[in-house]
Design a protein around this ligand. Structure first.
Ligand code: SF4
Ligand code: SF4
Length: 113
């Protein structure tokens, strides 16, 4: 997840997604936590909850797509055994949030309300 190292910690992506806002971590901090094995329950839930829509990265001055950070985090956590591939519910791990709240965030960010 070296691409996350260019994150400027500006917080723009947190303003575009309630998942990131609730988590309170910037993509560089997420990548660092995964790389150093410091993934607590809240971060693990967010990593699995993100629907990879990419709306959060639309205004990123460093041209980072946080969805790619979450995807790489999932892959890393499956590889190190934190997430079992046999228990992992591939895309929609939190259907209620992903279908309703993520769609609402996406409409707000894109102006399609
Ligand atoms: S918008 Fe980009 S630079 Fe700003 S915190 Fe998010 S990932 Fe980092
Ligand atoms: S990819 Fe979508 S759901 Fe995931 S953090 Fe970004 S805006 Fe939120």
């Amino acid at each position: 997840m070296l691409f996350a190292a260019s994150c400027l910690l500006c917080g723009d992506c947190l303003d575009r997604c309630s998942l990131l806002a609730d988590l309170g971590l910037m993509p560089a901090e997420i990548a660092e936590a995964v790389a150093s094995g410091q993934v607590d329950e809240r971060l693990l839930a967010a990593i699995q909850r993100c629907d990879l829509c990419g709306a959060c990265g639309r205004g990123c001055p460093a041209e980072i797509n946080p969805a790619e950070v979450f995807l790489a985090a999932r892959q890393a956590l499956i590889q190190n055994g934190t997430i079992s591939p046999f228990e992992y519910d591939v895309m929609l791990t939190d259907r209620d949030w992903q279908v309703r709240q993520a769609a609402e965030d996406l409409r707000r960010v894109t102006g399609e309300v």
